[in-house]
Design a protein around this ligand. Sequence first.
Ligand SMILES: Nc1ncnc2c1ncn2[C@@H]1O[C@H](COP(=O)(O)OP(=O)(O)OP(=O)(O)O)[C@@H](O)[C@H]1O
Ligand SMILES: [Mg+2]
Length: 605
Amino acid sequence: MRGSFSKIGFGTISKKLEVESSWRSIRLVAPYFRRHLSKLLWGFLALMLVDVLQLIIPRVVKWAVDALQQGQATRWMLLEYGLYIILIALIIGVFRFVWRQLILGFSRTLEIELRNRLFSHLLSLDKAFFQRTTIGEVMALATNDLSSVQLASGMGVVAFVDAVFMGLAAVGFMLYIHPVLTIVAVSPMPILAILTRVLSSRLHRRFKRVQEQFSLMTEFVRSALASIRLVKAYNQEAFQAERFAQMGETYVRNNLRLAFIYGTMFPISGFIGNAGMLLVVVFGGRLAILGSITAGDFVAFISYLFIMTWPMMAMGWVADLFQRGVTSLARIEALMNEKPGLSDIAGPDLHVISRGVIQFKTQTFTYPGSVEPCLKQISIDIAQGKVLGIVGRTGAGKTTLCNLLARLYPVEDGTLFFDGLDVNKLSLHTVRSAISYVPQDVMLFSDTIAFNIALGKPDASVEDIERVAKAAAIHDEIIAMPQGYLSRIGERGIKLSGGQRQRLAIARALLLDRPIIIIDDGLSAVDMETEHSIIQSIASYLRGRTCIIVSHRVAPLADANEILVMDNGRIVDRGPHDELIKHSAFYATIYKHQTSGHSGLWKFG
Ligand SMILES: Nc1ncnc2c1ncn2[C@@H]1O[C@H](COP(=O)(O)OP(=O)(O)OP(=O)(O)O)[C@@H](O)[C@H]1O
Ligand SMILES: [Mg+2]
């Protein structure tokens, strides 16, 4: 079955944000409405004023028609009525501007505040969350879903208030003219209410599907662009484009299914409006002929019924906007309810880790969501200013161990201590601000070199930045670039070589004056000579700091106080370099390979 893996992959993404949408999600935005209540009230006041003024226009027309019919109308009189209408229209224009500013302005404020909250919340979530959720899904929430919340809380609320007020007021004016005729005219309307109810749950479901498909597409584009080099190297452009087109087709299909409902709703509500009109022409016309109402009343009545068609149509639209808003809000709420797996301590933490003494003793560690433990029977004791080396086969658990020490995953009470303090009693901030971490996969921002080096210390001076760049043996290459430290390095450092990226990451860590430094395979992409010069030049920086250095090569570890040899999640050997050469077969082998210029593993030809 060709291509079946990819299909499985995309079909199963992100089921966890699929939530039962309910109106309860409104509690997420309720505080914003409360906070901006006075602004909103003024806005609605202006809106209602516009409605009232609009309803007065048919009255003016009625006066004109009645005057004409009774033969009392003069040219000046008609001109005066015309001027009234223009004046009313002008005032309407002013107040329309006012409500748009206030209410739609509010909805934009709400959108941006919610977006900020969402972003801060995302930043608080940990690695475990991002392993479960795709970035594309999060992006879709931050764009499509937020904008449907914005639309519902701006235009949706406006249309709702407007429709209800305008509808009631129009009915009021109609009742004033002729109660029985009003009842006849509005009699077809309950059909509309029933129709809206019947269709709305279906609308809801279909809209949710549209949003989910959009999430999938966003994620697809993101991952394809993020790995564009891979896509090209494997000649996958056409295949990726085809898959995207297929997803697009599903998106269109879902949208059409949604549009089918509108396609039914709007014509039916228009038809019901017109059916009312027919009734008014027939019955109202008879009343006018019989003299129960004047010709002016008849004309005004028709105008009111005409005005009524908007609230009727609007109700369907409003129902839809609210449904969409609530669906999106529920999706956003599900994300906001995500808790970081790594909980922080309550209240402030006055501890400072200054010495960098580390003790770690644990039976097992299992990644959240995994079954098999990745680490077993780990016991580490590092005194202040000592260097711990870690070697081991790929997949042995070296990075996992560093992640735990860097406080990226939760650990049990009484297992990990910094300066003798249990890590679970320290705030994340306290722990993390004691550690400089150079992760194995270097992360760079699409910004300048200077920005990337100074990431942890944005106020660093130019001299400081240059000093650490020299120590990481990258200064010369930076100044050779046309814009030096201000060169932009492209998306995730695409314009740099692998070795340059690594050295940038090391420079970044050296800039931070912290008692503990963890370097996870930070020199794997540089040649031995560069490696040698970096080791020599950073030695003085590392002096006095507690260092944990993971390496596939033995050279950076030769002077370590202790080296751990890891295999299959366990520490299988430990000791300084000289001892390990004697009693660790693994260590002795890699040492021999790396120092004897061993080559010819690939037996070609
Ligand atoms: N986030 C994760 N969730 C589940 N399992 C993971 C996760 N990260 C790593 N693992 C698993 O944990 C084991 C150890 O991985 P780890 O990255 O610690 O190895 P490593 O020693 O750093 O390897 P390398 O030398 O290739 O960097 C591997 O079997 C890997 O599949
Ligand atoms: Mg690793």
